[in-house]
Design a protein around this ligand. Structure first.
Ligand code: SAM
Length: 456
């Protein structure tokens, strides 16, 4: 079959005798011989057996773990220009197909300054069969012992190797996800690009950890930038559940990241953009799209530790951030104070319930920024924003499919897209960040559809 394009989700797509075929490890424009793995109702899933005529975009993957099925980066076989083209096409296609938004002012994607070594946070899993590494794609119960990683900065890999050696030499008990036995579970490495500080989080099961101080000292000896080592406890097998009980092993309990000239305190669990160089551009873009905000009300929904809220406050806005996580809100308040922006308001709670309260208290905002999780904001929040009639809405999205669905909600209220700016925050992966600015062109009238007229 001939491969037409790379799809959102990472796979390559082509057709064979009228059937849509999704195939891993192929590149656009090439002819591949494939073996069918699974037949679904509307498509077929297949694996490449051989490349008959290679795509001009095909390159040799850099990392030994790519061929082993590492779940980290699955587009290493496509050159960077090809990855960027695929991401631009994904954004345009999603907005048109899922949002009904055509002929949009789509700007060229902003590439990452370095498509390698860009991640400021990596999480590795301990495992009795491989000591410490990354999970293969879709195989959360096994491990690829880490030898190299080109998404992480070199120091991260050095720290993983030191932790592997320490665990081997001291014969520490390693957690087995199949039996739920064992002490050491994960190693979190966070590096600040702005301050150069490094933090390590050793995640363990509950129970005594006699070698904790020795392990912290051993890892801190790898590099003088390691200013923080903490131990966090995870009791449940759900790795997405919040960590319990973080204790300090060495140094301080946070590192400082600097973005847009502002300082942010980052703890072991704090959500922070993982590509610091692109976070800088993201903040600059949001400020540019917000325009002149001096004295104006700006609401930042899903604000995390306040990156956009504080950038808007620093530009003179009366800024209010809304965020579900109480620990992020606490960190946002600390960040506001340490940047001399203590007047900035942060409210903890679900956007669906807190947004109406903020609107009731402060009135209609000039600009609303929203940066929801992958699932999007949902119709209720989008319609609530639209009914508040801000002059401008800036939607920052990490998922073009939910972005398209959410934007479609704004159209009946007279909002028109004026900028679509994709950014590559995640080179070597299929993920794409998109910033969309919308302006209100029509005054809200009785022609608003019934679905938009809902109680507060
Ligand atoms: C993609 S992050 C954006 C964070 C921030 N804008 C940044 O760039 O650092 C999404 C944030 O939404 C928060 N969140 C998730 N569901 C929420 C909800 N229902 N209401 C408010 N915040 C929510 C998460 O805790 C997370 O901090």
């Amino acid at each position: 079959m001939t491969v037409d394009r790379l799809a959102y989700g990472g796979q390559a797509v082509g057709r064979h005798e009228g059937l849509v075929v999704f195939v891993s490890g192929a590149a656009p424009g090439e002819t591949v011989r494939v073996r069918v793995r699974r037949v679904q109702r509307r498509h077929v899933e297949a694996d490449v057996v051989s490349v008959e005529s290679a795509s001009p975009e095909r390159v040799t993957p850099r990392c030994v773990h790519f061929a082993q099925g590492c779940g980290g980066c699955i587009w290493q076989h496509v050159d960077y220009a090809g990855q960027l083209r695929a991401k631009e096409a994904t954004v345009a296609d999603s907005l048109a197909r899922l949002g009904g938004l055509h002929d949009l002012p789509l700007r060229s994607i902003i590439p990452a300054p370095n498509p390698w070594h860009y991640r400021n946070k990596m999480e590795f899993a301990f495992h009795p069969e491989g000591v410490l590494g990354l999970h293969p794609r879709g195989a959360w119960h096994s491990i690829l012992p880490l030898h190299e990683c080109f998404l992480a900065p070199p120091l991260t890999v050095a720290l993983v190797k030191a932790a592997q050696a320490f665990a081997r030499e001291t014969n520490l008990s390693l957690h087995d996800p199949r039996t739920h036995q064992g002490l050491l579970r994960e190693l979190v490495v966070r590096q600040s690009w702005g301050s150069g500080e490094t933090m390590l989080g050793i995640v363990t099961s509950p129970g005594p950890f006699h070698d904790a101080a020795a392990m912290a000292d051993c890892l801190a000896a790898v590099d003088a930038s390691v200013v923080s080592v903490v131990r966090s406890i995870r009791a449940s097998s759900d790795t997405s559940a919040p960590l319990q009980q973080t204790t300090l092993l060495r140094g301080q309990d946070h590192i400082t990241e600097i973005v847009g000239g502002l300082r942010f305190s980052v703890g072991v669990e704090t959500f922070f953009q993982t590509n610091s160089a692109q976070a800088e551009r993201l903040v600059a873009l949001v400020r540019e799209l917000a325009g002149e905000v001096t004295g104006a009300l700006a609401i930042d929904l899903y604000c995390g530790v306040g990156m956009f809220t504080l950038a808007l406050a620093a530009a003179g806005a009366k800024a209010v951030g809304i965020e579900l996580s109480t620990s992020s809100v606490a960190a946002a308040r600390v960040n506001a104070a340490s940047n001399g922006l203590g007047d900035t308001g942060f409210l903890a709670g679900d956007a669906r319930t807190v947004l109406p309260q903020v609107l009731a208290e402060h009135g209609s905002p000039y600009v609303v920024v929203l940066d929801p999780p992958r699932a999007g904001a949902g119709g209720k929040v989008m319609r609530r924003i639209a009914r508040a009639a801000p002059t401008r809405i800036i939607y920052v999205s990490c998922n073009p499919t939910t972005l398209a669905r959410d934007l479609a909600e704004l159209e009946p209220f007279g909002y028109r897209v004026c900028v679509v700016q994709p950014l590559d925050l995640f080179p070597q992966t299929y993920h794409v960040e998109t910033v969309v600015a919308l302006d209100r062109h029509a005054i809200l009238t009785t022609s608003v559809p019934p679905s938009a007229r809902e109680p507060e």
